[in-house]
Design a binder for this molecule. Structure first.
Ligand SMILES: O=c1ccn([C@@H]2O[C@H](COP(=O)(O)OP(=O)(O)O[C@H]3O[C@H](CO)[C@@H](O)[C@H](O)[C@H]3O)[C@@H](O)[C@H]2O)c(=O)[nH]1
Ligand SMILES: [Mn+2]
Length: 758
């Protein structure tokens, strides 16, 4: 059978898109929209009877209505994709499957303990795919000998672990998860031989952990002693000032088709860093991974995962190939949703993103396709190299390739092949190839390599200029007219860890909002691309909806200040309770509440999870997102640069079923960050507002008081942090001081507007 037939459009498809019917959502979409419209009309009609508070309420509500319409548009035509891996194996022989380069990024051995990275790498090396087609590249921005050492030890363990997983068809191939589940079982029943081998694996994994822990425990000075031999390269390195270190930890040296034998290649990369060269955080790391893998294995497809996102479903590569090999249409990339392991019950920090992935994910699947989420994504190499769906010939002169991709002839050659679609199907075409290419790899991983090239600029590689390089890179791909697919297999493809505690959760939200705003104010704003390029209109609206998260903090903050403002100035922004107008205000809120409750119940989440998410949405909107706005303003004014602050990965909460442990982990914590100031101010003012109630004359009414109470309940963790919390559970004194001052300024500026009571 000719190759073309295997993927031909006439045979049954390898994946399909199905439109989804969410009738109740559509009805509620319309109802809420109509109710919002009537609220705005009502506000407008009664504007002249009311003061400034009414006007502010009107403008905030107009903003909310605008956000709402963007959301409706995003979710209006939901769809989902189904993939058929069994058809793939019927149609494509194992040895004809394409090669895949797998990238793992890590940046800090303290925030990201090496044992986490090790587990991710092990899970990838053990995926159910011909080993000779796989290569795993780890980028270490921490330049840590500990990470390197851990990977070397892990590769030794992998020689036992990978065959074990394949022999018994183990479901979970990240050992820390596999051994933490009480009932360890394989897919093939429970033979005594399996029991025995499993015990042995557990023991070996235990030894690996011990070695890594021991090495972690050592002081840096005692590491010096061991900076010999293999570790010599790490002697005297500073994290932000060191040459490239590339180490081929394991090269799969089978000359020919190796079937299930052996292990995929494993390569460690710590790119060169110099203080005077911007390194562009994760985007920079991804580009180095792309180039190094380009000169080493040059697979046509690339999978990238964060160091904490282990492969939970061993079939992931096959799922992705269903989409990427289907001949009916060429998709730009395949994204798997982000899910989390050891997730705290009821999502206390509102960051498990279940509802977001389900409904917004389905919504954009019905337009141009999933956003690129930075992890759990398969890209085509040629798309990352800037190809458009139309210019599929991909012919470039060598001169052009050198101009675009930098001065390495070897890399330009490999890029030329990738763009034409002639890439290795096997990653180990010649023995010792990896080691031979280390020198070139060193060159392309250097920090000045990109200076006279297009890396990070529009269309080439991972995009620079935003701390959400993922969304920006995906947007670029959609802008060129590619579509993408959200693949949602069962069991879940990848599992990572969601941040816990106040500071880590809010820092992540701040980085996201900052990065998205950076895109909004750049030339790559989707509103421009929709006219000048091939971004679909509703896809543009979907991008806008997430990108204005930071801007949205302004109306959120104003709206949250309104009740206190009214009580301080004895004015009102709500109709009196006896005025029928109050129903016009309450109705859209009530309908919205029903809508969100429906979404949470349909995803199988509890009311508590719903409430936690609603609460965190307010805390995030007024705190970190407001600060993201300020930091982007500072960037525009040239006062400071935005930075990628790495999230702390938890190793402790991962396998605790213990209730008290759980309660501790789900408690909100604070630190001295400015992100906690707005919330504290709001709590102060709301409490003051309630205290100021002096009989309801023509001024404020019960509505404003109730609003303050609702606000306090949203910000309850702050109330606790102010009055009962101690240590990390309490709001630091400095933050309280700043907040008090701001609250006082607020009160003093407005108290004079309070009419003297008669
Ligand atoms: O200078 C850096 C900074 C970060 N990273 C890596 O980037 C990944 C994501 O960092 P993390 O702190 O875990 O951020 P998250 O908020 O969890 O990441 C989400 O959001 C990021 C964009 O803000 C995306 O890049 C990620 O893929 C996405 O999972 C991790 O593997 C890091 O090691 C680097 O390689 N170099
Ligand atoms: Mn992460």
């Amino acid at each position: 059978m000719a190759k073309a037939d295997r993927y031909s459009p006439s045979s049954s498809p390898l994946y399909e898109r199905f439109p989804l019917k969410y009738t109740s959502h559509r009805i509620l979409d319309v109802v809420v929209s109509l109710l919002l419209a009537s609220l705005l009309i009502y506000r407008l009609l009664h504007l002249h009877h009311h003061g400034i508070a009414w006007l502010i309420a009107l403008s905030c509500e107009s903003w909310f209505a605008f956000f709402w319409l963007l959301a409706v548009s995003t979710k209006w035509t939901p769809a989902e994709f189904k993939t058929y891996p069994e058809r793939l194996s019927e149609r494509v022989e194992e040895r004809e499957l394409p090669a895949v380069d797998m990238f793992v990024t890590t940046a800090d051995p303290v925030l990201e303990p090496p044992i986490i990275t090790v587990n991710t790498v092990l899970s990838l090396m053990a995926v159910d795919y011909p080993v000779s087609k796989l290569a795993c590249y780890v980028s270490d921005d921490g330049c840590s000998p500990l990470t390197y050492y851990s990977l070397v030890e892990a590769s030794k363990f992998a020689r036992l672990w990978v065959p074990f997983c394949k022999k018994y068809n183990v479901h979970v191939r990240a050992p820390f998860r596999y051994f933490s589940v009480a009932e360890v079982s394989s897919g093939n029943g429970e033979s005594s031989e399996f029991r025995q081998e499993c015990e042995k694996m557990k023991e070996e994994y235990g030894k690996l952990c011990c070695k890594i822990e021991e090495a972690t425990g050592k002081q840096p000075s005692s590491w010096d002693v061991t900076y010999s031999g293999d570790l010599a390269a790490f002697a005297h390195v500073e994290r932000r000032n060191h040459p490239t270190i590339i180490k081929v930890i394991w090269e799969n040296k089978y000359d020919t088709w190796a079937g299930e034998e052996g292990l995929p290649h494993l390569v460690y990369i710590s790119r060169e860093k110099r203080p005077e060269h911007p390194h562009h955080y994760k985007a920079g790391a991804m580009n180095v991974l792309t180039r190094v893998s380009g000169v080493m294995t040059n697979a046509p497809f690339m999978l990238n995962v964060d160091c904490d996102m282990y492969a939970n479903n061993p079939l992931i590569v096959r799922y992705a190939m269903c989409v990427l090999l289907d001949a009916r249409r060429e998709e730009g990339f395949v994204q798997f949703p982000q899910s989390f392991y050891g997730a705290l019950k009821d999502d206390p920090f509102g960051n498990q993103l279940v509802v977001l992935f389900q409904f917004v994910g389905a919504g954009i699947s019905g337009i141009q396709g999933a956003f690129y989420g930075g992890t759990g994504c398969f890209h085509r190499r040629k798309v990352i190299y800037g190809l458009c769906p139309v210019d599929n010939t991909g012919e470039f002169s060598e001169k052009e390739l050198l101009r675009i991709f930098g001065t390495s002839i070897e890399f330009a050659e490999s890029a030329g092949l990738a763009l034409k679609g002639h890439t290795n199907s096997q990653t180990n075409t010649s023995r010792g190839r990896l080691l031979d290419s280390v020198e070139v790899a060193n060159q392309v991983a250097g920090c000045s390599y990109e200076s006279s090239s297009n890396w990070g600029k529009p269309n080439i590689g991972w995009q620079y200029g935003s701390t959400t390089e993922d969304v920006l890179t995906g947007l670029g791909i959609h802008t060129r007219g590619w579509s993408s697919v959200m693949c949602n297999p069962y069991p879940v493809a990848f599992l990572g860890c969601a941040p816990t505690g106040g500071p880590a959760s809010l820092t992540q939200q701040k980085r996201w909002a900052t990065g998205l705003l950076e895109i909004l104010i750049s030339g790559r704003n989707p509103l421009i691309s929709v006219f000048t390029a091939k971004l679909q209109f509703r896809q543009c609206l979907a991008y806008l909806w997430i990108m204005i998260w930071g801007l949205r903090s302004i109306p959120e903050l104003c709206y949250s200040l309104l009740p206190a403002y009214c009580l301080i100035t004895n004015s009102n922004f709500l109709p009196k309770l006896q005025d029928p107008g109050i129903y016009i205000v309450i109705a859209p809120l009530a309908a919205y509440t029903v809508y969100t409750l429906l979404e949470y119940s349909q995803t199988g989440l509890s009311i508590r999870a719903w409430w936690n998410n609603m609460r965190m949405a307010r805390i995030v909107a007024t705190g970190p997102r407001f600060l993201s706005l300020l930091s982007v303003i500072c960037k525009v004014l040239g006062l400071s640069e935005t930075v990628f602050e790495v999230t702390q990965k938890d190793t402790t909460s991962s396998s605790d079923d213990d209730q008290s442990q759980h309660d501790v982990a789900s408690r909100f914590t604070f630190d001295g960050s400015l992100m906690f100031v707005p919330g504290t101010v709001l709590v102060n003012l709301a409490a003051l507002g309630i205290g100021l109630v002096t009989g309801f004359g023509d001024g404020s009414g019960l509505g404003e008081v109730i609003s303050c109470v609702v606000l306090l309940s949203f910000f309850w963790p702050f109330v606790e942090g102010l009055f009962v919390g101690r240590g990390k559970y309490g709001i630091p004194l400095a933050t309280v001081g700043k907040s008090f001052t701001l609250a006082l300024v607020f009160v003093l500026s407005f108290i004079t507007r309070r009419p003297k009571s008669a």
